[in-house]
Ligand binder design. Structure first.
Ligand code: NAD
Length: 487
């Protein structure tokens, strides 16, 4: 096969020790577009050894020099952006403008952390004996970081780990998703090849084989992972005996609340974006919609009218709004959620099925008469569906938003300051979006509460994750202390 893509360890191509391969498909055509090695424990061992060998050199590379290498990766990525967007679209599926945005966001992350990393870390604190003592709080890199990445934003969610981990002075072993390994290898090889060998390594393979071997490796002190709650729970249990530092960004079931004062047309437009971006395969997709009962019919009509205009097709087609889902099994889950809800009284207003065509497409769908105990309001659907429920009182809806065990984000449409303040103070979620859903700010931490894991990416918090704190208590004299033996 011509498009076999080896792993990348210590700036060299490596095929898996056991010789097996994983196919990568274009979800719009169902064609195999390449293969990556099905790596396992032996390959992880090799990558971690390379990362460990590079670790001391990278830690003592001046922060300014690290920053320049990161900026050079940005320049190389810009020069290569056309190919990156093309392959990202072919392997992952979402519409091209969304892929272009993903590449640019990823580079912003590199730029942001390159600069943040130049600033000093740690502090000097007052000593108990100020004339003869110095007390330092140091922020040190952990050493080797394992970065485990999902397929929905394979470059962005890698960049949110890679950039701060490197800026903090760690070396990194990346385990991309099985679905998006080609684009990960392409980006790292073509744009980060100027880093010293071993600083950045990529091991491909399944989560159970390559992923778990990385989590279990004693020399990997930090696991930074974005993915589903069950995978995060499994990683936590494997890592627990070694007391590893875990940074978990897990699933979401975000609510989108239409306030009683909201303008319905603009709320419908905002919702179509926040629920259907990347075919609904976003951790912060709006998956539970709450609208005042008196406004429900008008709102559902406005949303349906908007969704009916959206064009489904290959992400490479510039006239397309919504691409395919990333794999067939994901649309089966969407279909199951819709059927379960319809079986319990919900109505589909538009969409609700797999179109008759090649590719893993699912029709963007609007539903009403859903209840909070339907699967579609409980389980993460991760697809292009807008299930609309109604509420009577604003207080009641805040309780319903909080009744879900996940707490990633929540959206509100309102201009009523009392309602807004009440919402952001009482909703248990890591990001609250008021009127501008799903917008990130690089200086603002991103992550979830409750079952979503509690890790934070972006902002200074995203750098702190990759730094270990050490207190140095230094007495310049060797004089004995009064409180030593004998008493
Ligand atoms: P997933 O949990 O199936 O896989 C994520 C990564 O973990 C993949 O690289 C996979 O190979 C690896 N993995 C799987 N089993 C493993 C194991 N036992 N040990 C180590 N690694 C293992 O998730 P996915 O389907 O790739 O992504 C979708 C999920 O990610 C959704 O639940 C979504 O909400 C979540 N997500 C969360 C955020 C966030 O910031 N909170 C962002 C994007 C996606």
């Amino acid at each position: 096969m011509s498009n076999d893509r080896p792993m990348w360890i210590a700036n060299e191509h490596v095929t898996a020790s056991r010789g097996a391969w994983i196919d990568s498909e274009d979800p719009a055509t169902e064609a195999v577009i390449g293969r990556v090695p099905a790596g396992g424990a032996a390959d992880v061992e090799r990558a971690v050894a390379a990362a460990r060998a590079a670790s001391t050199g990278w830690r003592y590379t001046a922060a300014n020099d690290r920053a320049e290498l990161m900026h050079e990766a940005v320049a190389r990525s810009h020069a290569h952006a056309g190919q990156l967007v093309e392959l990202l679209t072919r392997e992952q599926g979402k519409a091209k403008p969304e892929q272009e945005e993903e590449v640019e966001w990823s580079l912003t992350s590199l730029r942001y952390y390159a600069e943040l990393g130049r600033n000093g870390s740690g502090r000097v604190i007052p000593s108990g004996e100020p004339e003869t003592q110095l007390n330092l709080v140091l922020k040190e890199p952990y050493g080797v970081v394992g970065a485990i990445v999902p397929w929905n934003f394979p470059l962005l969610l890698l960049a949110w780990k890679l950039a701060p981990a490197l800026a903090a002075g760690n070396t990194v072993v990346i385990k991309p998703s099985e679905l998006t390994s080609l684009i990960t290898l392409e980006w790292i090889e073509s744009c980060f090849g100027h880093f010293p060998p071993g600083v950045i390594n990529v091991v491909t393979g399944t989560g159970v084989d390559a992923g778990e071997a990385l989590v279990a490796h004693p020399d990997v002190r930090v696991i930074a992972m974005t993915g589903s709650v069950p995978t995060g729970q499994r990683i936590a249990s494997v890592a627990a005996p070694m007391m590893k530092h875990l940074h978990l960004e897990l699933g979401g079931k975000d609510a989108f609340v239409v306030g009683p004062d909201a303008d319905l047309d603009s709320a419908a437009d905002a919702l179509a974006y926040s629920a259907l971006f990347n075919a609904g395969q976003v951790c912060t997709s709006s998956e539970r919609i709450y609208v005042p009962a008196a406004m429900r019919d008008d709102f559902a009509e406005a949303v349906t009218a908007k969704v009916a205009t959206l064009r489904l097709g290959s992400g490479l087609d510039p006239a397309v709004d919504i691409g395919p889902m990333a794999a067939d099994r994901f649309r089966d889950k969407v279909d199951h959620h819709i059927r379960e809800s319809v079986g319990r009284g919900a109505r589909v207003l538009v969409g609700g099925g797999k179109p008759e065509r090649t590719g893993y497409f699912y029709e963007p769908t609007v539903m009403v008469d859903v209840d909070d105990d339907h699967l579609i309001m409980q389980d993460e659907t991760f697809g292009p569906v807008i299930p609309i429920a109604s509420y009577e009182r604003f207080d009641e809806v805040i309780d319903r938003v909080n009744s879900h065990p996940m707490g990633l984000g929540a959206c509100l449409r309102s201009s009523d300051p009392l309602a807004i303040k009440r919402f952001y103070e009482h909703v248990k979620a890591g990001t609250i979006w008021i009127n501008d859903p799903l917008t990130d700010n690089y200086a603002g931490p991103f992550g979830g509460m409750k079952l979503t894991g509690g890790g934070r990416e972006l902002g200074p918090e995203g750098l702190e994750t990759f730094l270990e704190t050490k207190h140095v208590h230094w007495d310049f004299s060797q004089a004995p202390k009064d409180w030593w033996y004998p008493y």
